[in-house]
Design a protein around this ligand. Structure first.
Ligand code: PMP
Length: 407
């Protein structure tokens, strides 16, 4: 293992110090949500306890403090993903909320009867269903870019799927099931050659990759705070200004208007046009605190450690008879989904739980991938940089116990 000081890192996370059922918690459900470092917990607590007032409106001390923190958080995120302008960063409640915003607004402006929208077979439900509903509303067609047996996106099929009717292409950077890093830069170049804008679902990608939206040249990029060691209820829609300027508002109400009369409302400029109502300024500050934390521990070192741990886990899991990991295509992140012959995922999860081991099982919000691999469900162990080899050993021992009990 690298010199990454795992003991010091773990001590930053209060949730990791606890026991469940009298056993040390082994938390391997990080693709669903990550635990929060103490500094994030403290930042949220401090705002809830003291630095709390609604933003962008009043001029009193607390309101100014909160507004500054909110806009500072926008700037932290702009820098983190290297967006060109702060107004290209829209705060949302999370990835799902960001995609729904885009599917509605983009759909209203650009999608007509007979048009086509491309998603991939590797998407989370939240990057399928909003587009499917849009297609139903508009009489458009949803087209699918498939994955192969190793979980690799069949990008070579894109030229035949992209047509003059394609309005947008939506692809996940990293699948929450397969953990495979998709070649999004190549996909973006191919789509742009057909003048098709691209949305990247970065919910998993931003956790495992350095993201530079300008270098990628993606038109939209979305992610959630809670998977990035930040709070729940906050996320981001990045959009190129030239696109966001053209889109109509999604939700409407306070803070997103320039003026209102009973005959006509005019809207605020970016980013507030897309941030109706009281924003989650505490969540935004919490997310910025998480990003600062990640940068302070060194994201390169954390990733290198995570990669070593993943290699160790893949090796250890492969010693279990009848276990098959899905998504062998490289490059692969620390999301490991598998099945074990003769073991129902829910049984495995229930037994592992009693051993203090938290994994995710079932369809993993990816029914289409389950259909692709002809499975009712999978078991998913998703690792973070705060996990250890000992925890992987505990998982493997736990799975052996599951096998013994099931056979
Ligand atoms: N896309 C991917 C790839 C995800 O992993 C998830 C969460 N599992 C989502 C979208 C949805 O994120 P959220 O529930 O935070 O909106």
């Amino acid at each position: 293992m690298s010199t990454f000081d795992i003991t010091a890192i773990r001590s930053n996370f209060p949730a990791l110090q606890q026991q469940v059922y009298g056993k040390p918690l082994v938390y391997l459900d990080n693709a669903a949500t990550t635990q929060k470092p103490q500094c994030v917990v403290r930042a949220i607590d401090e705002m809830n306890a003291k630095i709390n007032a609604n933003i962008h409106r009043a001029v009193h001390y607390l309101a100014v403090q909160c507004t500054e923190r909110y806009e500072q958080a926008r700037e932290t995120i702009r820098r983190f993903i290297n967006a060109d302008k702060p107004q290209e960063i829209i705060f949302t409640a999370g990835t799902t909320a960001a995609i729904n915003l885009l599917a509605f607004s983009f759909g209203e402006r650009f999608v007509r009867n007979g048009d086509e929208i491309i998603v991939t077979e590797a998407e989370h439900h939240s990057n399928i269903v909003p587009w499917q509903l849009l297609c139903e509303r508009k009489g458009a067609t949803l087209k699918i870019l498939p994955v192969d047996d190793t979980g690799r996106l069949q990008t070579e099929k894109l030229p035949e799927i992209l047509t003059g009717k394609t309005r947008i292409l939506c692809v996940t950077q990293v699948s929450n099931v397969l953990g495979v890093v998709n070649p999004v830069k190549t996909i973006i170049q191919l789509a742009h050659a057909h003048h098709v804008p691209v949305l990247i679902d970065g919910a998993q990608g931003i956790v495992h990759e350095d993201v530079d939206v300008q270098a990628l040249d993606c038109d939209f990029y979305v992610f959630s705070g809670h998977k990035l060691y930040g709070p729940t209820g906050i996320g981001v829609l990045y959009g190129k200004e030239k696109w966001l300027e053209q889109l109509p508002p999604y939700q409407s109400g306070g803070d997103m208007i320039a003026s209102v009369s009973f005959t006509k409302t005019t809207f605020a400029g970016l980013p507030l046009k897309f941030e109706a109502g009281t924003a989650n300024y505490i969540g935004a500050h919490g997310l910025a605190t998480a990003i600062n934390y990640l940068q302070s521990i060194g994201s390169a070192a954390a990733r290198a450690y995570e990669q070593q741990l993943t290699a160790y886990a893949v090796e250890a899991l492969s010693t279990i008879g009848g276990l098959q990991i899905y998504g062998a295509a490289a490059p692969k992140t620390s999301v490991l989904s598998f099945s074990i012959n003769g073991v129902h995922p829910s049984d495995a999860a229930a037994i592992l739980d009693k051993l203090g081991i938290a994994v995710r099982t079932g369809r993993l919000c990816a029914d289409t991938l389950m259909q692709r691999f002809r499975l009712q469900g999978m078991i998913r162990a998703s690792l973070a940089f705060y996990n250890t080899k000992e925890e992987i050993d505990a998982l493997v021992n736990g799975l052996r116990q599951v096998q013994k009990m099931m056979h």
